[in-house]
Design a protein around this ligand. Structure first.
Ligand SMILES: C[S@@+](CC[C@H](N)C(=O)[O-])C[C@H]1O[C@@H](n2cnc3c(N)ncnc32)[C@H](O)[C@@H]1O
Length: 365
């Protein structure tokens, strides 16, 4: 029974083709698998595995179900061990206890709650160093031009890269983000001057700030962090709940480039370079990607390499790709009217060559 459950869980991990395992975890799992030697045909049908993020040698397993499921799994383990001990005695089960203890630790490393999905958004200072782009700021300033706009809700506000620039033009700025660390970085940008400034830790799918706004925004490709039809629908409905009667919903996403999506996954390209202020080292970020045509998720990998050529960190960034008419249809289906669609931040009309899809929408009710 214990072997079955142990193997059951291990196979869930091993059967996930897209798995990126740290070396240690990888070898441990293989070892356990060879110990247990059993096959578990029904594992395939389990919907446990989803995405693995790899960061600083630790493996982060994004568990689609959250705390209750994890609790049940832990409980399941403990019961199995206790039952084995009761049936066979402690000595007979000594080996099992040791294995299960190690596996328990291992599993603990692996099972990280969905709230930690955005581990890659865990270091606000680093994010600001890497994302120094200003090319969208003037666009967002034009969106909040008075007198029509005085209240602004930014979903996925991050470290305030955009929000902090808009504060002087607004009466109300509210920001929402999953990452507490990012919100902290935003708060340190000292936006005390604004009458009504508030940041909320939460999920764009279901957060409620308890009020409505003149503009609801989701900037900088953040909608691409939604992977399923259900999540996209929930988010669009939630946006609507936060809009004033004449409010605008404004967001930008990439205009997918087939050339980029279909790059050879084993080839790497320099994505960005920056100097890490802590180590004073120049860091080059190498990017590779693998596009899954069935899910429309582009699995981007970033390898951070220092001047000596050593890898200091690796991030996996799954981004949902939205094709132009697909997004138009989502919006219409969810009751939005597309007032304008731009292809660049200087408001050129959207066309085949446009790097971006920038939407300005109204609520049709
Ligand atoms: C690409 S960054 C954009 C941050 C900021 N708007 C900017 O322009 O720099 C994406 C942000 O979305 C946040 N995020 C991702 N999924 C989220 C969700 N479901 N709900 C709220 N925030 C989310 C991340 O924590 C991260 O700060």
């Amino acid at each position: 029974m214990f072997y079955l459950i142990l193997n059951y869980q291990l196979n869930i991990l091993l059967l996930e083709k897209r798995i990126h395992l740290g070396k240690l975890v990888d070898s441990l799992i293989k070892k356990f698998d060879s110990i247990t030697k059993m096959k578990c045909p029904e594992c395939k049908s389990l919907d446990y595995s989803r995405e693995f993020l790899f960061k600083e040698n630790s493996l982060l397993y994004v568990f689609p179900t959250s705390f209750p499921t994890r609790t049940i799994l832990y409980f399941q383990y403990i019961c199995t061990i206790v039952m084995n001990v009761m049936k066979n005695g402690v000595l007979e089960c000594f080996y099992l206890i040791i294995v299960s203890f190690i596996y328990f630790l291992l599993f603990h490393i692996i099972m990280i709650s969905p709230e930690d999905l955005l581990k890659l958004y865990s270091d606000g200072n680093l994010y600001d160093l890497e994302n120094t782009t200003q090319r969208d700021i003037d666009f967002w300033k034009s969106v909040v031009e008075p007198p029509k706009v005085s209240s602004f809700l930014e979903l996925c506000c991050g470290t305030g890269r955009i929000g902090a620039e808009l504060l002087p033009f607004l009466h109300t700025y509210h920001g929402v983000d999953l990452s507490n660390s990012f919100l902290e970085t935003f708060r340190r940008k000292n936006p005390d001057s604004l009458a009504d400034f508030e940041l909320f830790q939460g999920d764009m799918k279901n957060i409620s700030t308890g009020r409505t706004y003149d503009v609801v925004a989701i900037p900088f490709n953040s909608l691409s962090h939604l992977y399923t039809f259900e999540d996209i629908s929930k988010t669009l409905q939630n946006v609507k709940r936060h809009m004033n009667q004449n409010a605008r919903f404004v967001f930008d996403i990439h205009n997918p480039s087939l050339e980029l999506l279909l790059r050879n996954p084993s080839e790497e390209f320099v994505a960005k370079e920056f100097v890490d202020p802590r180590s004073k080292e120049k860091i080059i970020v190498y990017e590779s990607n693998r596009y899954d045509r069935s899910t429309q998720i582009n699995h981007i990998s970033w390898r951070y390499v220092n001047e000596e050529g050593s890898e200091v960190k690796r991030l996996e960034l799954p981004m949902r790709v939205f094709f132009p008419s697909e997004m138009d249809n989502y919006l219409l289906y969810q009751g939005f009217k597309i007032e304008a669609k731009y292809g660049t931040f200087d408001k050129k009309g959207f066309d085949s060559e446009s790097p971006k899809q920038i939407y300005v929408c109204q609520n049709r009710g």
